[in-house]
Design a protein around this ligand. Structure first.
Ligand code: ATP
Ligand code: MG
Length: 183
């Protein structure tokens, strides 16, 4: 399973629809300060179910919606679509019957977020579960935020242990146990 395409519409500085094909191998994003490199990574984390506004450098989740510029008005919604190439059929069971998995997250002002997987509505929890075992999810150590390395160095042992557990791929187990206890 790998990321194969990312589309943004109204997300942060990406006010116009933007469509990026992600090829196999290493992808580099380069550009001057403030051009939107970190926003791009945040879009990736957001579509995978990130729910902490602080991880999006915002005060509230609606801060991800384009909030206007000198020459353009604010937008009413933001949408990010992520394609996963699942030709290797390595997606977890329940998600594993298609060559391409398309996840769309859309947030509308005053109406919150909605998710779709291959056209079907689903819950944030289901999207988070899809990524929980793949070590790529919104909270996974595979995504390293700007400034996160120095935070890690200064972290308390318990916070560091969480990072190691996630890196070892057992974060999904904890999540499933929690779900089972709720049922
Ligand atoms: P650096 O090289 O300094 O790390 P960067 O390429 O990572 O820069 P970002 O931090 O991704 O840049 O982009 C910052 C820009 O995004 C700022 O110009 C900011 O105004 C803009 N931005 C953030 N949120 C929104 C929003 N909701 N609406 C419009 N623009 C936004
Ligand atoms: Mg940046």
């Amino acid at each position: 399973m790998r990321f194969s395409r990312l589309r943004l519409n109204g997300f942060k500085s990406f006010v116009d629809p933007t469509d990026m094909v992600i090829h196999e191998g290493l992808t580099g994003v380069v550009g001057p300060n403030g051009c939107g490199k970190s926003n791009l990574l945040e879009a990736l984390r957001w579509v995978m179910g990130e729910n902490r506004p602080s991880a999006m450098r915002g005060g509230g989740m609606e801060d991800v919606i384009f909030n206007g510029a000198a020459t353009r008005g604010a937008r009413h919604f933001a949408e990010v679509a992520l394609h996963l190439d699942n030709a290797d059929r390595l997606a977890p069971s329940g998600f594993n019957d298609a060559d391409t998995i398309e996840i769309i997250r859309r947030i509308t002002r005053d109406a919150g977020s909605a998710y779709k997987l291959n056209g079907k509505e689903l819950r944030a929890r289901d999207v988070q579960m899809l990524f929980a075992d793949a070590s790529t999810g919104a909270h996974s150590p595979a995504l390293v935020r700007q400034g996160q390395i120095s935070e890690l160095i200064n972290a308390k042992p318990k916070a560091r242990r969480k990072v190691l557990e996630d890196a070892a791929g057992i974060g999904g187990l904890y999540q499933r146990r929690h779900e089972a206890e709720l049922k």
